[in-house]
Design a binder for this molecule. Sequence first.
Ligand code: COA
Ligand code: AMP
Length: 634
Amino acid sequence: MTNPYVEAYRLSIADPEFFWGEAAEDCFWYRKWDRVLDNSNLPFSRWFRGAEVNSCYNALDLHVDTGRGDKIALIYDSPVTNTIRKYTYLKLRDQAALFAGVLAAQGVTKGDRVILYMPMIPEAVIAMLGCARIGAIHSVVFGGFAPNELATRINDAQPKVIVSASCGIEVNRVIPYKPMLDQAIALSKYPPERCIIMQRPMAEAELIPGRDLDWAREMANAKPQPCVPVLATDPLYILYTSGTTGQPKGVVRDNGGHMVALKWSMKAIYDIGPDDVWWAASDVGWVVGHSYIVYGPLFMGCTTILYEGKPVGTPDAGAFWRVISQHKVSAMFTAPTAYRAIKREDPKGELVKKYDLSSFRTLFLAGERSDPDTIQWSERHLQVPVIDHWWQTETGWAIAANCVGLQRFPVKYGSPTKAVPGWNLQVIGDDGNLARPGQIGSLVVELPLPPGSLMTLWNNDQRFIDAYMYEFPGYYKTADAGFIDEEGYVYVMARTDDIINVAGHRLSTGAMEEVLAGHPDVAECAVLGVADDLKGQVPVGFLVLNAGVTRDPQEIVREVVQRVREQIGPVAAFKKATVVKRLPKTRSGKILRSTIQKIADSQDYKVPATIDDPAILPEIEVALVSMGYARARN
Ligand code: COA
Ligand code: AMP
């Protein structure tokens, strides 16, 4: 008997045009493509060249027009405001059409950028789809980023309009968004013409006359807009993600390829059909939110849950089970850190027993490595398959997974299973050759990338080439290191750059170092991600002070912690730093990060032969122990 995964994988690599051309038949096109795949300008592959499409139409109107308008499209479940609100496809379509009218009234048209700085409320989804409806390019900025990060994104995307809300809610704290937005606009070189603000009753914002408009008032007066056909190759959105510097990368996603890949993935990877209730417990500010809170499930025509809450504390570690049982969720997707948080509060899984989870079929985890403990705890208490899968903001959907909609393979703990159809995943060893099974190297994807992956970086084709395509010609560099075993199971070990994953949030230690280096008393610094039981990794800073600084080092530490919070945001979770006399370096002046990392993670390490002064390592070790890391040696 043929294995559907094996057959799909083989075909997707041998004949990608046929494979994705077939998948595309599942979507609605105003005009079909001239070519499925245009590789004439590699590495800039283009999918469905010549086709005309609309992502909002495929997410909403299509279901209404095929008689499924009464189906629940979105359930807003917000324990922090004690609200549950349901939107049918018809209602969500009408809201998106009205919001498109609000944007059109401000002169927003196809190709204009609109930044969304929003908490997890339905208006965020409505705004995204309203943009897509008229061909405007949305760029959602995660609410946990500070004004400075928002300003950087405003400068790069140069939006005509910014959409925001008066506040977000973090467990039981109200976080006013509007002052942060105002500050970001004040810092930016390209202030938007208009801001549209959704007023939430917990903290109403003061609007700036002439610039700020009230969401509710504008919606009440808006004229609904029809869907505008755009080219399949036109951008749908820009999503900024951490790069190796303070300047984030603006990942650009197209309309056509994205739609085809995501709709296909809902069934093939997640085994979700139109009758299912699907829940991605993430945030619309991240790629998981884009692909699997909003677009993927809506393209599929199923019900998606928008959850404004946390795994613990809203109100307790049974929150996930409450949502699953109350809305009869078929499958959920979240980051392992969320399950670690639950496991820590309810190690025996007592709260699981209180709920009827009979609808629940599968748990999917991604965003960081899934540790075997967490997977096994979840398997034991939920009694469903727990599927680790690996992807990136750039790829838009999974590179490696156990595709339960095709063929589920036995789990090997520590592996996100196999390359997903479409992804010609390879490993390149240190010698520059393709690695043998089991040999660690750089995980790369042979070009062309499948539909749905990044087209380029916004306004920066050269950075796209330099960051992803240059080092291994003919391949996309994932910047993850790992290996593939004899049976094709993929193992993702570590990033090869300075990206760290803190509670499933992607952050750059380089960007944090830029902030620390800006402190007037700091001569030199290093930030590393060290292992953390809850968040996977947390950043820790090492500071060398300028000669002659006599201030209390603890005071300086407090100041740099505050700086990172103010300049990057609370999401960086940068809470620990220490002052040292020197940083360990090689004789050529390179900071020995991997040695510090090993000490921090209590791993055995060898004193590198190239170190300029081995005497510095014990000082680093003592500093780490005093911060609660590393093992004290006798
Ligand atoms: N707006 C404003 N502030 C935000 C925010 C938002 N949208 N999201 C997070 N923050 C703040 C938090 O309040 C916290 O601030 P604090 O330092 O003042 O306490 C800080 O940013 C860090 O937040 P978080 O990473 O959520 O850590 P936490 O300690 O509050 O909670 C977990 C830990 C594990 C419960 C939480 O990280 C979680 O639920 N993770 C799920 C992961 C996830 O959704 N990943 C997305 C990819 S799939
Ligand atoms: P992001 O762009 O925020 O999705 O982060 C992408 C990075 O997170 C990847 O490059 C990996 O380093 C890491 N990552 C995501 N999913 C996994 C996984 N399942 N296993 C290991 N690492 C992962």
